[in-house]
Design a protein around this ligand. Structure first.
Ligand code: SF4
Length: 368
């Protein structure tokens, strides 16, 4: 379906497309340059080719599957690839896809900084953003227009505002988790204006106020990506729902700036400001204390009764924060379930059993 969509975008709008590895990248620049981003979170399931075997078994499935997918020609419909500086594995992949995977199309990197902001780091970030725009200009054949970048920033700000209202009002939305997250995840590959239209449809279903429409045990989830998506069905079946999330692919990428942004000045500076306003993510920032503070605040606001920490196996950046997350919620007596999943297409039966036991325990506490 994505291939057909990419093809249509090319035929109907003359748009180039680029496959993007997780997690953080300045999508606004791609939108401004009329380039469709198609994110590649694996994909889930068995690797689609033997090249996954070129990586050690302890490399995460996101990267192993991506190597097999790209090497197997499954992304050949796009015009280029973009590798953000997410972790050593994604960085390594940028080289491996050409060395071992036969990837011959243009590759771009976005080497975002990781530490706290300082004048020198911010200057570096702005230079990196400009460098990406210059690189993409070689793909599109025309330089970035700053007015178009300002417009793209406004568009993505609107998308994040709508997403924020949906996620904050999630309990009042009768939609199932599966439907909700399917719509949110379509933003990984839809043209942003189309994604915004779909989000607005969802938002219109959100009552302004009132009692929660969702029945069941509300849970808070922090983790990487809601894969397999059947985890959402499993939660539904055992009588729970996601009241708020901090999945890196979803809630953690929604930016709600604490201060007003300058939307009329240098748009690269605006993007740099946005970068430092984004929620703390272990793939992007080292601010663990700030992250814990945010997670606890989100938990409190959501009305959740328990926490699920949902991580892919062998993900170093995410694993780094897990002990601190356990400790922070443990000190408050919040029930927590740690789930480590492969990038399978269906949730393992054993995991479903653990979810069921956890929800039962949390539900019992609630009525006690
Ligand atoms: S799952 Fe973790 S290790 Fe794998 S690509 Fe994502 S951030 Fe990197």
């Amino acid at each position: 379906m994505r291939s057909a969509y990419v093809q249509r975008q090319r035929e109907e709008h003359g748009r180039k497309s680029i496959v993007v590895l997780p997690v953080h990248y300045p999508k606004e620049i791609l939108t401004a340059m009329d380039v469709l981003a198609v994110e590649l979170w694996g994909p889930p399931g068995a690797p689609r080719g033997p090249e996954a075997g070129r990586l050690q078994a302890y490399v995460c499935a996101v990267v192993r599957n991506a190597l097999a997918f790209l090497a197997g020609g499954h992304a050949d419909v796009v015009d280029a690839a973009l590798f953000p500086h997410t972790c050593d594995s994604v960085q390594g992949l940028a080289t491996l896809v050409t060395d071992f995977g036969g990837w011959s199309k243009p590759s771009f990197v976005f080497q975002h900084p990781k530490g706290p902001t300082r004048a020198s780091v911010r200057k570096y970030l702005v230079a990196e953003l400009r460098s990406l725009a210059d690189g993409l200009a070689t793909l599109t054949g025309r330089p970035l227009d700053v007015a178009e970048l300002r417009a793209a920033i406004r568009l993505h700000r609107t998308i994040d505002e709508v997403k924020t209202r949906i996620l904050e009002g999630r309990g009042r939305l009768a939609t199932s988790d599966r439907e909700l997250y399917a719509t949110l995840r379509r933003g990984e590959w839809l043209w942003p204006e189309e994604h915004l239209e779909e989000l607005r449809v969802l938002e219109r279903q959100l009552p302004e106020a009132g009692a929660p429409a969702r029945k069941g045990v509300p849970l808070f989830v922090t983790g990487y990506v809601p894969e397999p998506m059947s985890i959402l069905d499993a939660l539904d079946e055992v009588g729970a729902y996601v009241a708020r999330d901090d999945w890196a692919a979803i809630g953690r990428r929604v930016v709600t700036p604490a201060r007003a942004l300058d939307l009329e000045g240098d748009p690269f500076e605006t993007l740099a400001a946005l970068y430092y306003e984004a929620p703390q993510c272990p793939t992007r920032s080292l601010d663990q204390a700030g992250r814990l503070q945010r997670l606890l605040a989100l938990y409190d606001q959501s009305g959740a009764r328990g926490v699920i920490v949902h991580e892919p196996k062998f993900c170093e950046p995410e694993a780094f924060d897990v002990p601190a997350i356990r400790k922070a919620f443990g000190e408050r007596g919040v029930p927590l379930l740690y789930l480590e999943t492969e990038l399978e297409t269906e949730l393992a039966g054993q995991t479903t059993t653990r979810l069921e036991a956890f929800v039962e325990m949390v539900g019992a506490r609630r009525v006690a």
